[in-house]
Design a protein around this ligand. Structure first.
Ligand code: GDP
Ligand code: IMO
Ligand code: MG
Length: 451
């Protein structure tokens, strides 16, 4: 285990005691996997690896703004709504109440996976409480992004914000309505009418409710048999000592409460999202794994203290193939930010790290870690929660020599070059938690655990 911090051994001991206690009380650990940065950390890949030993994989927030990539041999899968555990035959998959689900998107995703030979129907449950995303939400998302250039967020245009807003306004339509076509149609027509009033103000043509309903009705029929009480399903699995994995979408700094607001998504991407978005009591959250890239990326607008200049950002983007899995947009790239990552560890109670994309740094002469910020001649050890301050911070870097050697075939820690080990050591030291998993390529096999 990579341990360099003086108090790290103490942390490890506590973790072992916690796991031992769970074993003695005969509770199988539930594990939450959280993205620690601005999304796209490689959560899909890590979930797929961990799902080999999981009975159930649960998504608890977000929608098809997510794009989780899993590469198995030469085949590439990108999951948007369906948990990444679906690629392991023995895992049951659950779309929790905390999600916003586009019915047509879910049908398309299911059909695509089925075409690739993945068995889904009897392995997937959709929560009665998940809210539904329709064309009207996507259009409003797009109108806001194009008409308010000053406050543009750079969303994925998947209707996520408007759907969560409808949920909070208590006018949303939920997956339970898919089981009651007449009720669904009435609610849907009412929703479209209310959105048409908004579109009028933007000078946009109204939606044709008949046409929209004709598209939706077959999807509703297709999905209705999947709809069920996921809260009971999940809690029954936990009580039966099943291994349950919770798959976070997006990343900590996109959290609606704790992220870089307003440049965030509209759900809680942090660990608390599991309790509300899946209906799991906090005492059953046993282990939290933080997935973190060996550097940092961001898609969309908003502050990014360690962002590289255009030329170097482009070079890192090409090395890491940093293009959005959902929208294809180029990702902004920068150095590892230990200050902001410590904030992530604190908010989520992260137990261990899964470091991904180490191989992307293989060619660099010098690799930088941001160890503190400077603001108005003051050194800051913590991430400012005021976005005006965050926008002005200047990163203080520590330089590490690169290893200039390929890591893509490494099978264990000993296979890594010394400088790569030192770099990882420093990350573990700064975040004061151990690294448990290291990923050195996109494929399922390119990963190893640190015992
Ligand atoms: P997610 O949203 O967190 O699941 O991440 P994405 O799938 O959006 O983006 C991660 C990208 O990096 C995908 O293209 C993955 O195939 C790829 N990837 C994951 N882990 C590694 C790794 O260790 N090395 C490299 N080179 N690519 C990786
Ligand atoms: P995964 O799960 C990276 C970003 C968007 C935008 C902001 C708000 O693949 O890591 P939204 O459409 O949610 O209203 O957009 O959030 N964003 C993501 N960035 N990965 C994601 O998901 C993201 N989902 C949303 O780019 O900045
Ligand atoms: Mg992604």
């Amino acid at each position: 285990m990579i341990t360099a911090a003086p108090n790290l051994n103490c942390r490890c001991l506590l973790l072992l005691l916690k796991i031992d206690l769970l074993k003695r009380t005969n509770i199988m650990a539930t594990t939450v996997v959280i993205g620690m940065q601005w999304g796209d950390e490689g959560k899909g890949k890590i979930i797929d690896v961990l799902a080999a030993k999981a009975d159930m994989v649960v998504r608890f927030q977000g929608g098809n703004n997510a794009g989780h990539t899993v590469e198995i041999g030469d085949e590439k899968f990108v999951l948007h709504l369906i948990p990444s555990g679906i690629l392991r035959d023995d895992s049951m998959c659950v779309i929790g109440n905390g999600l916003v689900v586009e019915p047509l998107g879910l049908v398309a995703e299911m059909q695509e996976l089925e075409r690739k030979g993945i068995n889904i129907r009897d392995r997937l449950q959709l929560s009665t409480g998940a809210h539904l995303v329709f064309d009207c939400h996507k259009i409003l998302d797009s109108l806001r992004e194009t008409n308010q250039t000053a406050s543009k967020i750079g969303t994925t245009l998947r209707g996520i914000g408007p759907t969560y807003a409808d949920k909070a306004n208590r006018v949303g339509i939920r997956a339970s309505d898919l089981r009651h076509p007449q009720q669904l149609e009435a609610k849907f027509r009412h929703l479209v009418a209310s959105y048409n009033l908004i579109f009028e103000r933007y000078g946009r043509a109204p939606l044709d409710a008949d046409c929209e309903w004709n598209n939706l009705a077959p999807a509703a029929k297709f999905l209705a048999p999947l709809v069920g009480d996921t809260v009971t399903t999940i809690n029954a699995a936990v009580r039966a000592d099943k291994a349950v994995l919770f798959e976070g979408a997006q990343g900590m700094w996109l959290d609606i409460d704790h992220g870089t607001y307003p440049y965030v998504t509209s759900s809680n991407t942090t660990v608390g999202g599991v309790c509300t978005g899946a209906g799991l009591a906090p005492k059953y959250v046993h282990h939290v794994i933080g997935v973190i890239k060996a550097y940092t990326t961001r898609v969309g607008e908003g502050p990014f203290p360690t962002e590289l200049d255009t030329k170097d950002s482009k070079a890192l983007r090409e090395a890491g193939n940093e293009y959005g899995a959902t929208t294809g947009r180029p990702r902004r790239c920068g150095w590892f930010d230990a200050v902001a990552s410590r904030f992530t560890v604190m908010i989520n109670g992260i137990d261990t790290l899964a470091v991904t994309k180490l191989d992307v740094l293989d060619h660099l002469d010098v690799i930088r870690i941001c160890v503190a910020y400077e603001l108005d001649d003051q050194r800051l050890e913590n991430m400012p929660t005021d976005i005006e301050d965050l926008q002005r911070v200047v990163p203080i870097y520590e330089d590490h020599p690169g290893w200039k050697q390929s890591t893509v075939a490494a099978k264990c820690l000993a296979d890594l070059p010394e400088n790569a080990k030192k770099y990882l050591d420093r990350i573990a030291e700064m975040l004061e938690i151990p690294i448990q998993i290291i990923s050195i390529g996109p494929r399922r096999a390119q990963v190893f655990f640190i015992p």
